[in-house]
Design a binder for this molecule. Sequence first.
Ligand code: ATP
Ligand code: FE2
Length: 320
Amino acid sequence: MYILGIESTAHTFGVGITDGNRILSNERDTFMPKKGGIVPREAAKHHYRKAPEIIKSALESAGISLQQVDMFAVSQGPGILSCLKAGVSVGVFLSRKYKKPIIGVNHCIGHIEIGRLMTGFNDPVILYVSGGNTQIITYLNKRYAVFGETQDIGVGNLLDRVGRMLGIPFPAGPEIERLSNGGREYIRFPYTIKGMDVSFSGIETYVKNIIGIKRREDVCFSLQETVFSMLIEASERAMAYCGKTSLIITGGVAANSRLNEMGKRMCAQRGAEFRALDKEYTGDNGAMIAYTGYLMMNEGKTEIRPRPRFRTDVVEINYR
Ligand code: ATP
Ligand code: FE2
């Protein structure tokens, strides 16, 4: 069964095609603002403009035609309203034109399910780290329950904001990772963790005051060491509390080698399993939406509309 999934919650327009749990293609294009952060209207314009060519190349790499698609899946949120509108309207248009069903997917659950598929871990603790989201999740009573989360901004957002202060263009994560390898001095940043919740705004303020005083490499190194330690500490607490024996790190920031290394070490120390995700599937992508659509196939008809504040834990999971 061929499912075409569309992702457009923020900067990335992605299209993935799956046949059951086999991923046949995963194409995307990411909007890169010339200066500063994402301007919603411009990102949405990018998505409308790129949609035909990304859909075409996803179909070509999968070796199928639009007529052969059995079902469409769209990312409904959370995300930026104008960006969501782009993906949802393209999906609804295709579903009407080709008279095939369409299903709405929660973006965060997409990140979780692609993580479970790639690692083969059935019941892990999930550290979901991206630009807009930072959550520690595990499955409980037909929901993905959020055990801990950021009390202010997402960790990727923090990296991108610090990046902007250092003159690194968006998205700054990969360049911060590169610079951190040249770090020599550990600067003691605020380390704010309450139970399983974390907070990053104090770090942002702290960094503002040392920009130009400390070496860029040391700022990046200390930033990574501090925030990743907070996240791994909170994840470990969740694993102990829930009695889980595996960990998945998913979302855009899961591309980071240092974060994966810390996750791996923590799991090894407690005799738990860890497997890092392939970078192809850490950031926003269409394949995770198609695959989650496949899992949700029997949910029946859902209302398809953009849901900018669509929380992970409001979705009832009936396929597990
Ligand atoms: P969500 O809606 O799930 O919050 P998103 O719109 O933030 O998703 P993602 O692609 O999931 O999109 O994540 C993008 C984030 O990942 C950016 O903040 C970016 O800086 C960060 N990132 C990408 N690569 C790395 C890396 N190697 N190290 C750290 N952060 C990274
Ligand atoms: Fe994402």
